[in-house]
Design a protein around this ligand. Structure first.
Ligand code: FBP
Length: 552
């Protein structure tokens, strides 16, 4: 059984960059730079990526009939990391591209993320299977996972599976870490004498896999539209009931792009941007002070209600919390066995007291027990604290309540402060992709096929000019090493794709900053409503505000 919307969405034909309208009359044109560079740490990256470093960028252009595109291929595909709307369309675009090239080509889907490649768990992706998932949300066609291919055994097992299945290429659809993995795998395959190619695709609702060549990661558009609809609904409720301050935590592991985009779409009273908190070195108390001021000023106008947006990564950007989390990460990693054997929170606390610095001990003791316990939950496979499981909105509310009580006692605040906390994250990751994401993802998948058929490896699929209509989009590929630098991970320097955080001198933040003083006090809410798939282009086909501002 499918919903009426799903049945209707099966019929949607995603748009492609115009260059792909010409069948196989396409050529791959190399960029001008003879040798491309990375972001930093050139010597180390050059040594690590002997075979794939410095390759030229590529764009696809109309040309003569290209027989190379018609070769039958066997390709494996992996969905990696957190779900993001449009993943199925990447697979559909890849599948359709492969079959446009040659009807005998095959696509194999590795189940459950990179572990499917390591363990040889896969499914043959047929036309009937793809048709069931066109323009749908979720990653359920083949599943996803967060396993990182990092040990020698895992690399060897990946090659063994890929070779056994006779693959010509593997496509990894993932975020910064997964695409770093794609780069390492591409290099490894060549090093081992294999001709199996590896191509990446930029996925993550967090929007932090972007740079000069990748204008947006897919899923960001739909997730932000979904959250903005929900925020708008809450704003309208708040403005109707006029009795609650709503604190809404929004997903985005580190970067605050989602929160910023949602603020631009909904005009809340308060929107915290982690990158600004870090740049100004604001303490938790200072963050609360800023909100308290707006709460008090709105109360003076008789408005004891409001909306505050909080990025989920905030805790790691507040200096004293960042220090505490870094110390906890190190202690928990260094004493893993002993720590995981401690059954009670009291026992854990007593253990940690011995190793935490004086400052961090004070901070740890000052935060609510509930939050302290959340800080001790298992780390993700990359050794990070799982910010989606920390109720930062509650932490902020708690500090704020104390501050407002003090202000009340001093006669500086006369309002009522009733709060409600929300977390919007998982609600947006599997939504039906917006028209933008449906088109963008399909184009990314199709471009991945073109990169493979052009014999390239260690590249990421790049569709550009996407703030305009699809009729102006271009397609190409960028060497993954161009986006890399070395960073300290698990106590050693490792090559990684650099995460794009919110730039405080960028157009989206400046736009927000120019309005926030007014939004803080005057109710200026915007109610965006739900994503529309059918109707006038100004309602259905608009990209994210962030993307438009960045392109302007
Ligand atoms: P990716 O970077 O893998 O796309 O995932 C992002 C994200 O959705 C974050 O916003 C969030 O913190 C995290 O995944 C949640 O992870 P999990 O799905 O493992 O709970």
């Amino acid at each position: 059984m499918t919903s009426a919307l799903q049945t209707a969405r099966y019929q949607y034909q995603p748009k492609l960059p115009p260059v792909f309208g010409g069948g196989l009359n396409i050529r791959a044109k190399s960029g001008e730079a003879v040798q491309t560079l990375c972001i930093a740490d050139r010597d180390m990256l050059k040594a690590l990526f002997k075979h794939t470093y410095g390759k030229p960028t590529v764009t696809f252009e109309p040309g003569e009939y290209n027989a190379a595109l018609a070769k039958p291929l066997v390709v494996g595909v992996i969905l990696s990391g957190g779900q993001a709307p449009g993943g199925h369309n990447v697979i559909a675009g890849l599948f359709d591209g492969l079959h446009k090239g040659n009807a005998a080509s095959r696509l194999i889907g590795f189940k459950g993320g990179p572990s499917g490649l390591i363990n040889g768990k896969y499914v043959e992706i047929t036309g009937a299977l793809v048709d069931e998932y066109r323009n749908t949300g979720g990653f359920d066609m083949i599943g996803s996972g967060r396993t990182k291919i990092e040990t020698d055994e895992q690399f060897a097992a990946s090659l063994e599976t890929a070779a056994r299945l006779g693959l010509d290429a593997v496509v990894i659809i993932g975020g910064d870490d997964s695409n770093t993995n794609a780069a390492l795998l591409a290099e490894y395959f060549i090093e081992k004498g294999s001709s199996i190619q590896v191509i990446g695709c930029p996925k993550t609702i967090d929007g932090d896999l972007k740079n000069e060549y990748i204008e947006a990661s897919f899923g960001f558009d739909t997730a932000c539209k979904t959250y903005s609809e929900l925020i708008g609904n809450i704003e309208r409720d708040a403005n109707s009931a006029k009795k609650y301050w709503h604190f809404i935590k929004l997903m985005g592991r580190s970067a605050s792009h989602i929160t910023l985009e949602c603020a631009l779409q909904t005009h809340p009273n308060i929107c915290l941007i982690s990158e600004e908190v870090a740049a100004k070195q604001m303490t938790l108390d200072e963050v609360a002070g800023q909100i308290a001021e707006a709460v008090a000023r709105r109360a003076e106008n008789g408005e004891n209600f409001g909306i505050a947006l909080i990025p989920e990564g905030l805790v790691e950007f507040i200096p004293e919390m960042k220090k505490l989390i870094a110390e906890l990460n190190d202690i928990m990693a260094a004493h893993e066995g002993e720590f995981s054997g401690l059954r009670s929170f009291d026992g854990q606390q007593a253990f940690l007291e011995r190793y935490l610095s004086r400052e961090s001990n004070i901070v740890f003791a000052s935060i609510p027990e509930e939050i302290a316990k959340q800080l001790l939950l298992d780390r993700d496979p990359h050794g990070n604290v799982q910010v989606s499981r920390i109720e930062t909105e509650k932490l902020i509310i708690g500090v704020l309540e104390k501050r407002l009580a003090k202000m009340k006692a001093q006669g500086l605040y006369k309002g009522n402060f009733s709060t409600l906390g929300h977390f919007f994250g998982y609600e947006g990751r599997c939504a039906f992709p917006s028209n933008f994401d449906a088109d963008y993802c399909y184009s990314l998948g199709y471009t991945a096929f073109m990169l493979i058929a052009s014999g390239l490896t260690g590249y990421i699929s790049s569709v550009r000019n996407i703030s305009g209509p699809a009729s102006a989009w271009t397609a190409g590929g960028v060497p993954l090493t161009m986006m890399m630098n070395m960073e300290q991970r698990h106590g050693e320097q490792r090559p990684v794709i650099k995460k794009a955080l919110v730039e405080l001198d960028g157009a989206p933040f400046k736009e927000f900053a120019s309005h926030r003083a007014e939004w803080a006090v005057k109710t200026s809410f915007i109610y965006p409503g739900s994503i529309q798939y059918y109707g006038p282009p100004e309602v259905c086909d608009q990209p994210a505000i962030t993307l438009k501002l960045e392109a302007s």
